[in-house]
Design a protein around this ligand. Sequence first.
Ligand code: SF4
Ligand code: SF4
Length: 203
Amino acid sequence: MRARKLSNEKEQLVTEAKAIQIGVPKESMRDFIKEVMKMPGGEKILECIQCGSCAGGCPTIFAMDYSPMQIIKMINLGMKEKVLSSSTIWVCSLCYTCATRCPRNVDFPTLMMSLRNKAIRENLVNNCAKSNFHRYFFEVINKYGRMHVPELFVKLLDITNFNSLLRNVRLGLRLFKTGKLQLRAPKIETSWVSSMLEKTDQE
Ligand code: SF4
Ligand code: SF4
């Protein structure tokens, strides 16, 4: 027990020393960075050397408000709200190109999943289409144990945009006519799905 406590204290001192070395403000380091370091994918966040290899190979960087490299720097500067409300964490397609190129083994895509969950929990979600898709997708999976396309379809309809609504309703009808949209909800045991989602920290 004592050995474990000493090892935790040592780990903390090493973390703080590294953070000071790369210029992290002490206050912010105590909260946001430490939280991120405990998340899946955030373990090596202080190892980043800002080399830009992640940003250089990212196929969706054109649609992001901050590049992967900037997001890492912002985390290291404790800019919690800007990071959690960025579109980057939702636009990332989890392709793992950055992770395979990173010389410091920063697992950026896994970290993006963790940050999405945190953004939802803290109500700081950037209201982009993909964040809604993520939220509704897991809501439906949690409810039925598998995907129920009509329910997801209805949840994603944008009733404020008449043209888009009409287009999507027509698409739904076409899918229904061809038998690709099953209206009946699937009936399967859902408890194992809920427990799996809980274990992987999905909201
Ligand atoms: S590739 Fe790795 S070390 Fe380089 S900037 Fe990106 S996260 Fe940092
Ligand atoms: S995992 Fe995300 S951030 Fe990394 S290269 Fe792919 S899209 Fe870009």
